[in-house]
Design a binder for this molecule. Structure first.
Ligand code: PLP
Length: 376
């Protein structure tokens, strides 16, 4: 099998599964328990939090575990609207956010908030100025993703943060960094965002665990889940210790040799662009992050491509895995010609991806082009 869908999810390395297995079977105590095994788990939990916070570039006290990236996104939106409830009810976001943010904003709209959805240009780029121009005195929240999961474009979060501090310092800034964490360099401490959400399963960790960085400008946040008081009283529920152990181990593995890994992934991406561009009717879209490559085989429906390559053991995606079967709102936002937008596929790479994977994928795509009739 050739797996080129790392932006959807990633394989868990053996060492990560082993770390989780040990916690599930041997070190299974509740970290709140008062006997030695519980106290030991509490220490372990603190160590795992330090590892993940170190990679995110923040104080461990500013990092809160969540059940996934979606939860972190929802929490950030709610927390910002709560803190700024007296400032106003306006949100600035983009039309190309993950549905975790878009749906949280739609819920907020039902509660009376007004949302401005910014659209990137045809290359998928969005300028900091466009974001700042949309900010008003009553803007409670700006939520802009760090890396677009379908196109790979990197949005200028630090520049937006600087501009926001000058224009409207009370407005809170959230960035969904689920596709940015350990893929593009940043440190939460210096980025300038008040909330940064991440997810373990995009970087070799297990599904069902994420984290939210909450910066110092967020004061007395309302608990997301009231209950037993875990996560500093903000997000109760017995800590998912095995998941967190796996998350920390995945971070540790990714961190070692990260620069070389990212450089190798970026050059693989360039190689893929070169190989795929040689296929007639291929149009490369967007781009920026080292692990995501979006392109269109203009005229050939993307679902047919995904099915055809899938039958040959090549896993790619017709967009975000969360939107199976529906046209992608991200591609729609680019306002491309129908034959281009209908043929969009995404390849996404991980540390395990090889040049041979790309060669085989390019050969299969060329065969698809040469043997199937265009239908768009
Ligand atoms: N945000 C982005 C940009 C994503 O790509 C994803 C997952 O695809 C999510 C949020 C949701 O993360 P999770 O699957 O952990 O809920």
């Amino acid at each position: 099998m050739i797996y080129l869908d790392h932006a959807a999810t990633t394989p868990v390395p053996r060492a990560v599964a082993d770390a989780m297995y040990a916690v599930l079977t041997e070190q299974f105590a509740n970290p709140s328990a008062q006997y030695p095994m519980g106290l030991e788990m509490k220490k372990q939990l603190a160590a795992w939090r330090r590892t993940i916070a170190g990679a995110l570039g923040c104080d461990p006290k500013a990092l809160f575990f969540t059940s996934c990236g979606t939860e972190g996104d929802n929490w950030a939106v709610r927390a910002a609207l709560w803190q700024n409830r007296h400032l106003g009810r306006h949100i600035v976001t983009t039309a190309v956010e993950h549905s975790a943010v878009l749906e949280a904003c739609r819920w907020a709209q039902q509660d009376g908030c007004e949302v401005t959805y910014l659209t990137p240009d045809a290359q998928g780029n969005l300028s900091a100025q466009a974001v700042l121009d949309a900010v008003r005195p009553d803007t409670a929240l700006v939520s802009i993703m760090m890396v677009n999961n379908e196109l790979g474009n990197v949005f200028p979060i630090a520049e937006i943060a600087r501009g926001l501090a000058a224009k409207n310092p009370k407005t809170l800034l959230h960035t969904d960094a689920v596709q940015g964490f350990l893929e593009v360099p940043f440190a939460a401490r210096t980025l300038g965002a008040d909330f940064v959400s991440v997810s373990a399963h995009k970087i070799g960790g297990p599904k069902g665990i994420g984290a939210l960085y909450v910066g110092p400008r967020v004061r007395n946040p309302r608990p997301l889940l009231p209950g037993g008081g875990q996560e500093d009283g903000l997000r109760s529920g017995t800590e998912a210790t095995a998941q967190i152990a796996g998350f920390a181990k995945a971070v540790e593995l990714r961190l070692s040799g990260l620069e070389e890994t990212l450089a190798r992934m970026a050059s693989l991406r360039d190689y893929a662009v070169e190989q795929l561009s040689a296929i007639p009717d291929v149009q490369i879209l967007g781009g920026g992050a080292p692990h995501i490559l979006a392109l269109s085989l203009a005229g050939w429906p993307s679902q047919n491509i995904v099915n055809d390559l899938g039958a040959q053991g090549i896993c790619i995606s017709a967009g975000s895995a969360c939107h199976q079967g529906k046209p992608s709102h991200v591609v729609a936002a680019l306002k491309l010609a129908k034959r281009v937008s209908g043929g969009v596929i995404r390849l996404s790479f991980g540390p395990e991806t090889t040049q041979d994977d790309i060669d085989q994928c390019a050969a299969a795509l060329r065969r698809h082009h040469d043997t199937r009739m265009p239908m768009l």
